[in-house]
Write a protein that binds this ligand. Structure first.
Ligand code: ADP
Ligand code: MG
Length: 263
């Protein structure tokens, strides 16, 4: 009985997968080259509605390229990527719509330096969603509150800490009402004392049922929030398992080797 509306309170012992909905992001046979470099090799991946997927793997294994392909910031050579039943559009209005369906948070916060925090969050809703100014502002303030910076709305990005800026970046993505959120190493540029304030926002989002693909090496986050961990190496998905299983009993030699270096 795994309907999309199944509540989070699955009976003890039941697989957490029971709480997940239908496939939302589907990659089939995805290949990507940069010149001679084969960076995504026949990648097959399905992420279901409400699922939190953590992607982990060595530097250069193709994690960022995978995220960027899902948001069509990179094209792919062969294969298909389907979001909520629709193949990724090539261009135009459909592509703009896709970009609002797929929110992305990068390692560098990428806020507009010369706009206030509030304007950073309202820009997309005003331009792409064509919201009324007062409505966009009201919603943006609510989102900023939710990520714990409602009182900083009139400041400029440079006046905020890295952790605060990254939370603004999350609020900005949420303002587009995405179907799925991609996070590409969202805490790896942060000072250690700011990592948790960002992870806490992400955990809360996961608990609310947001579909998330998160590239991170933060095992605490994976253990708390992920349904599944995917381990990538050399452009391939080498292994996937629930977090406890992956971290305590990795099957492949490469995953064992990788974990021995980061643990
Ligand atoms: P990861 O995020 O796992 O560190 P990336 O997806 O960033 O890996 O990169 C995968 C490989 O593709 C790396 O070898 C990287 O140098 C290469 N690469 C990424 N982007 C480009 C690009 N725009 N042009 C050429 N090579 C690239
Ligand atoms: Mg990367």
């Amino acid at each position: 009985d795994a309907s999309p509306t199944t509540p989070l309170s699955a009976p003890a012992g039941a697989s957490r997968d029971d709480e997940l909905g239908a496939p939302l992001v589907e990659l089939r046979g995805v290949n990507k080259h940069f010149g001679d470099l084969h960076v995504l090799k026949d990648v097959d991946l399905t992420v279901r509605r409400g699922e939190v997927l953590v992607v982990i793997g060595p530097s250069g294994s193709g994690k960022s390229t995978l995220c960027r392909a899902i948001n069509r910031l990179e094209t792919i050579d062969t294969g298909t990527i389907v979001i909520d039943g629709e193949p990724l559009p090539e261009e135009g209005k459909a592509l703009a719509r896709l970009r609002s369906d797929v929110g992305m948070v990068f390692q560098s916060f990428n806020l507009f330096a010369h706009k206030t925090i509030l304007d950073n969050v309202t820009l997309g809703p005003l331009k792409v969603r064509r919201m009324k100014s007062a409505d966009a502002k009201k919603e943006a303030l609510a989102l900023l509150d939710r990520v714990g910076i409602g009182n900083q709305a009139d400041k400029m990005p440079a006046q905020l800490s890295g952790g605060q800026q990254q939370r603004v970046a999350i609020a900005r993505a949420l303002a587009m009402h995405p179907k799925v959120m991609l996070f590409d190493e969202p805490t790896s540029a942060l000072d250690p004392e700011m990592i948790n304030e960002v992870l806490d926002v992400m955990v809360a989002l996961a608990k609310e049922g947001m579909t998330m693909i998160v590239v991170t090496h933060e095992m605490g986050f994976a253990r708390k929030a992920a349904h599944r961990v995917v381990f990538m190496a050399d452009g391939q998905i080498v292994e996937e398992a629930p977090p406890e299983e992956f971290f305590t009993n990795p099957q492949s030699h490469r995953a064992q080797d990788f974990l021995s270096k980061i643990l």
